[in-house]
Design a protein around this ligand. Structure first.
Ligand code: GTP
Ligand code: SPV
Ligand code: MN
Length: 579
């Protein structure tokens, strides 16, 4: 028995006073026993078992449907260490305030001790976490999202270390809801929510917020990135990682079904949300996907847009906050099929009256990665895969072109540090508001973001063979608010351009913001996009970019002295190029 683990579990028992304590072993038998209890308590309801074997529906509390950025805190001893972009509380204040809430919070409930591994079992790059929760929904999801149970205890051993995370569902009162991180002691506390990103503590809390803090100290990176594997006609494999903000297309790009497969271009998935990157002996960045499952957005997901996601989630999956037909078929907006005549919406209203979306815009599936039809055979490689390109991107109706390449690593870091995107329903608050979301890490960086930029700069110096850096935008709109780029599978075309750039084969036009494809350098055969639209997709409006630099300047000012000089120099150089 691991002494630290025993001590911490005892401490949590004293604090929360559960009626029972269950140590999860992650076995099939354990799950078989938990299922009837979850069904009986209404935590899960059965979906149509013929069409969706092993699949269940879960409805969260209507006030608890997304991450809560305003209730998420980085609790470092010094406020400066959390930086200007994070909410901060002192560790003492946080523990006093929320410790009061945890006191006796598991009375009448069972405490589940959930050991888990982030990263392939046995990999020197993987890390162990233990979540304590009073939610069976958490147990069921952690079982899909991580390598959970005895396998983690075995890897932990008697004196291994782990990241503890305490979660209690509490009263689901938004005024008593807190997601707290204590990076200095690698500890997570989550109270008062039952929603994925707030309570599956291995995901954003550990693998990004706590891990990014560790990574800076130890010289690696924890990023909000998908990892994809691209096979070219010669059979050569290239791996790329992409950071897009929440609900901006990572799962979709990672599972892209290539319309050019007959020409030999094929995409496989390594990961869809999180990448841990280290410098290999060859001076390249090597990435692992710490997760074992996908917690993916459903609205907009159809056989047309992302068949791989739907196939992955066809069995052994949990559907959260979708609508359901009387015969147990899940339904959501953008599923690509007509809704059945009678539908129960995500709130449980039957029949759905069609006034509001039937599925919550942030409804999601939790599905095992190994079920993905395009999962790469290398997705659990203990050393990961070498990354040749890093891609930044976001939702921007205007300004940023379909794809462009940075001039250098530092220029690429500048592009990441200044990227902006329209907000989505993945977090509580207004959707569609343009905001800076550096490296798609605004909600997930566990320390001062100015110092995070500096860490990026330094990684480029330490890595003798760093990846090329690109920026993409699938979300450019016309005057009527229609997307002008077809997106989804067709995103293979800018991906091929990036591959060719890495290999020194594709032409580009040098512009003030970086290198943009020449229209003839993009593989556009078989695609119904007019020359005029393509021109618009690749255009750079100098006046608009000048206004953008003013806005970037204000953005940079928020970081004060923590902004690396390399980035202020990049801004000066960009202004100069814009004239
Ligand atoms: P998180 O899991 O929140 O981190 O999100 P994600 O980045 O994995 O986003 P995801 O791939 O789930 O996409 C979110 C939404 O964007 C879905 O509704 C998709 O259908 C839509 N989407 C993804 N790719 C494209 C694209 O190329 N074009 C358009 N128009 N929409 C897209
Ligand atoms: C995101 O919001 O970026 C997600 C979903 O991937 S959650 O796990 O809720 O954070
Ligand atoms: Mn995400």
């Amino acid at each position: 028995m691991n002494a630290k683990l025993q001590r911490w579990v005892d401490e949590c028992i004293r604090l929360t006073q559960p009626d029972n304590v269950h140590w999860c072993d992650g076995s099939e038998e354990e799950y078989e026993k938990m299922l009837p209890e979850m069904l009986q308590k209404g935590i899960l309801t059965e979906l149509n078992q013929k069409e969706y074997p092993g699949c269940y529906l879960h409805r969260t509390h209507p006030n608890d449907v997304a991450r809560v950025e305003n209730l998420t805190f980085i609790c470092t001893s010094k406020k400066e260490d959390a930086g200007p972009t994070n909410n901060w509380m002192s560790p003492a204040d946080a523990k006093a305030k929320v410790g009061e809430m945890f006191k006796g919070s598991m009375k009448g409930r069972t405490m589940y001790v959930i050991p888990y591994i982030m990263g392939p079992a046995g990999s020197p790059l993987s890390k162990i976490g233990v979540e304590i929760s009073d939610s069976l929904y958490v147990v069921a999801n952690m079982r899909i999202m991580t390598r959970m149970g005895q396998i983690a205890l075995d890897q932990l051993g008697e004196d291994g270390d782990f990241v503890p995370g305490l979660h209690s569902t509490g009263e689901l009162d938004p005024n008593r809801r807190f997601i707290l991180h204590f990076p200095e002691e690698s500890l997570i506390w989550s109270y008062g929510s039952g929603y994925g990103g707030n309570v599956l503590l291995g995901k954003k809390c550990f693998s990004l917020r706590i891990a990014s803090f560790m990574a800076r100290k130890e010289g690696w990176m924890a990023e909000h990135m998908l990892i994809l594997e691209l096979e070219d006609p010669s059979g050569k494999l290239t791996w790329m990682a992409a950071a897009f903000p929440s609900a901006c297309g990572k799962t979709n790009l990672a599972m892209l079904v290539s319309p050019l497969e007959n020409e030999g271009y094929k995409v496989r998935t390594i990961g869809d949300d999180i990448a841990w990157l280290r410098i290999g002996e060859d001076g390249r960045l090597w990435a692992i996907n710490p997760e074992a499952g996908f917690f993916g957005v459903l609205p907009g997901t159809s056989m047309e847009t992302n068949s791989s996601a739907l196939v992955t989630a066809k069995s052994n999956s949990i559907y959260t906050n979708v609508a359901v037909s009387d015969n147990g078929m899940p339904w959501w907006e953008g599923m690509g099929v007509e809704p059945p005549p009678i539908l129960t919406d995500w709130l449980g209203n039957r029949p759905w009256n069609g006034e509001k979306p039937a599925a919550h815009p942030n409804s999601r599936f939790t599905a095992p990665a190994r079920q993905c039809p395009c999962i790469s055979p290398r997705w659990e490689d203990p050393m990961g895969v070498p990354i040749s390109a890093i891609i930044f991107g976001g939702r921007r109706a205007k300004l940023t072109p379909l794809v462009y390449q940075s001039n250098s690593w530092n220029h690429g870091v500048f592009i990441g540090a200044t990227m902006a995107s329209e907000t989505t329903s993945a977090a509580m608050g207004k959707s569609g508001v343009l905001r800076r979301d550096p490296m798609a890490m605004l909600p997930f960086c566990g320390y001062n973001m100015g110092q995070y930029f500096d860490h990026w700069i330094k990684m480029g110096v330490k890595a003798s063979n760093p990846p090329a850096i690109f920026h993409v935008n699938w979300f450019r709109q016309d005057k009527n608010g229609k997307f002008i780029w077809p997106g989804f599978g067709e995103n293979i075309r800018p991906i091929i351009w990036m591959l060719d750039r890495i290999n020194g084969k594709a032409k580009g036009r040098e512009t003030p913001i970086g290198t943009v494809p020449t229209p003839d350098s993009l593989h556009m055969e078989g695609l119904n996009v007019s020359n005029e639209t393509l021109e618009q997709l690749l255009s750079i409006n100098v006046e608009d970019w000048k206004a953008e630099t003013d806005s970037i300047e204000k953005h940079f000012q928020t970081f004060g002295d923590d902004l690396p000089s390399e980035l202020s120099e990049e801004l000066i150089a960009l202004k100069k190029r814009l004239g």
